[in-house]
Write a protein that binds this ligand. Structure first.
Ligand code: PLP
Length: 392
């Protein structure tokens, strides 16, 4: 038998979570965010399961090309645009949409438009859909609000830019439903739309998962609005103070492995590297085949919950590259070969993340390549035979 660490990917849960997006923002189009290998779930697998989305968003051209090669025909949005002039030819060849957020991108588009107009070698027929990004308070990517109108005019003057420009911004503090900043960002965004004074209202986009679930004013109740769900599609709450179940979301990834040893340790035995944890009494300690080499966080503190045969036990000692150790005092019948769930069905990844001082996003994205991804429909904790094994 091969090493047991695997990530079950529940595609029915994924589709149900997409339905949640539709219920929450019924008048919006959906650009499903599947960057970072579909938040660790597998890029093309996720795209093929989310064909009901109106478009997909990724962070790099490599991801976009991987999707095109996998036969995905949806509009694809590059969230950071292009990084150099050389990528523009690929953007056009593969019909990608781009976020434009910096002057160098604008200049590259202007130059390419010019060389095309003067008989350059580029095919003038293919225009590029542009999402103009305005910084309304995140202070990461985007033009300043006062630059928006001038940038919009310059984009409209580029023959290579498709005539419909989408206006976008990104929320900085929406994960906290008591933070006033989101309302300020909405107001600033509305001011930018007014300042641009386009002849017809521009399509726009503001809401990430937190905006979709917690801030209806970021949906603009308008048929030309796009929402951009990421983490909620994977069944994780975007908020600091709620769980996925509170929002009707179902976990898509269940990271699981098996017990590979059960040791009967004596009081005072120090377990694992550095001996940071010692047995307070004679007790059984289990060894699970999962570690930071699989993406299980090394920062996970003692008492991080782990499920064995559906029952909660505590992590003890340090996380190693390939193994963790768990306290089996409350689970005396646990035996070698038993199933262990690290997060997912029955144990929210948000909870494990809190014990590791991080967020669910990071844990999902961090699952490494050596963990087999197994695709399935109906979720099952025993998971014996109802999953088709499909790697990649
Ligand atoms: C990653 C990302 C999203 C998705 O955010 P979630 O919090 O995962 O919903 C939306 N918009 C942009 C610009 C992003 O970079």
């Amino acid at each position: 038998m091969s090493r047991a660490a695997e990530a079950l990917i529940d595609l029915d849960a994924l589709k149900a979570n997409l339905e949640r997006v539709r219920l929450n923002a019924p008048d919006s189009r959906i650009v499903a965010v599947i960057k970072a290998n579909g938040y660790g779930h597998g890029l093309s697998r996720i795209a093929h399961a989310l064909t009901q989305a109106d478009a997909f968003a990724v962070a790099s051209i490599d991801e976009a090309l991987e999707l095109r090669n996998a036969g995905i025909d949806h509009p694809l949005l590059l969230l950071e645009g292009f990084f150099g002039d050389d990528e523009l030819a690929l953007v056009r060849q593969f019909r990608l949409s781009i976020v434009v957020h910096q002057e160098y991108q604008l200049q590259a588009l202007e130059q390419l438009s010019q060389s095309t107009a003067t008989g350059g070698s580029v095919d003038a027929g293919v225009t590029i859909p542009v999402w103009l990004k305005i910084d309304t308070g995140m202070h990461r990517l985007g033009f300043r609000p006062e630059q928006a109108a001038a940038v919009y005019v310059r984009l409209r003057q580029c023959p290579l830019v498709a005539p419909t420009i989408t206006l976008m911004t990104h929320l900085a503090n929406a994960d906290n439903r008591h933070d006033d900043k989101t309302a300020d960002q909405v107001e600033l965004f509305n001011q930018v739309e007014t300042a641009i004074a386009a002849p017809t209202e521009l399509p726009n986009s503001m809401a990430n998962s937190a905006g979709i679930l917690g801030w209806p004013q970021t949906h603009f109740n308008d048929h030309s609005t796009w929402v951009r769900p990421g983490i909620m599609l994977y069944g994780v709450s975007p908020f600091i103070d709620s769980s996925a179940a509170d929002h009707g979301l179902k976990p898509v990834m269940t990271l699981r492995s098996r017990l590979i040893a059960v040791n009967h340790c004596r009081a005072g035995d120090a377990v694992g590297y550095g001996g940071s944890w010692s047995c307070p009494e004679d007790m059984p300690v289990g060894v699970v085949a999962i570690g930071y080499g699989d993406g299980y966080p090394r920062a996970a503190a003692a008492a991080t919950p782990v499920l064995i045969n559906g029952q909660r036990v505590n992590l003890v000692g340090r996380v190693s590259m390939d193994m963790i150790t768990v306290d089996l005092r409350h689970c005396p019948k646990a035996a070698v070969g038993d199933e262990v769930v690290l997060w997912g069905n029955g144990l929210p990844v948000e909870e494990v993340a809190r014990h590791a001082g991080t967020i669910g996003y990071e844990l999902l994205c961090g699952v490494t390549g050596r963990v087999r991804r197994v695709t399935g429909g109906k979720q099952s904790v025993s998971g014996k035979h109802d999953y088709q094994s499909k790697t990649g």
